[in-house]
Design a protein around this ligand. Sequence first.
Ligand code: ITT
Length: 191
Amino acid sequence: MLSLGEGQNGICIVSENEGKIRELNATLRGYGIKLRKCAAKKIEIQSDSIEEIAKFAALQAYSEIKAPLIVDDSALLIEALNGFPGPYSSYVYERLGLRGIIKLMEDIKNRRACFVTALAYIDAHGMEVFEGRVCGEITSRPRGSGGFGYDPIFMPEGSAKTFAEMDIVEKNSYSHRGKAARSFAEWFSRR
Ligand code: ITT
């Protein structure tokens, strides 16, 4: 099959998160787009906007490796906590973990939360950003062993399963990342 990845080697993905890379690959493969992991620094600025975080990281990485690349910045926003952990999602996951979030939510009735992804693509022609969002609820306990990060405590609208109880294909059909990756792939295939 003709690969739509740039050159023979595909588009670089700059991320240390293997779960994220697997999910992006699963979507992009369907469009004939090949990803390869490239070693570049993903510099994360402090900002309330994940779009700005992804754009800055993509620009920095591009200045380092000068090859077409993708950066995915994602966040979990919990409505009753005014959008927390948002841009602090990584830090909070490492420090508080799933148990910490569940504890924070203990007496809270409004369980609504959304995941968002900003996927920035950059090459010699410029940069484009694609967003994906999914809303659902924070469960009362972790369920499932698939996925990564907050997956065991997030159940998307329209499903009785958490992301961690789904396989990659099912998670991608609902997820913030699946949506952002499909928008990117459709744009990229049309160019
Ligand atoms: P890179 O920056 O190296 O790509 P990361 O894991 O730090 O990887 P993010 O900053 O985008 O990526 O993610 C912020 C946090 O949100 C982090 O703890 C992730 O595990 C978690 N996260 C991101 N996407 C997720 C998803 O689809 N399901 C569950 N948790 C997710």
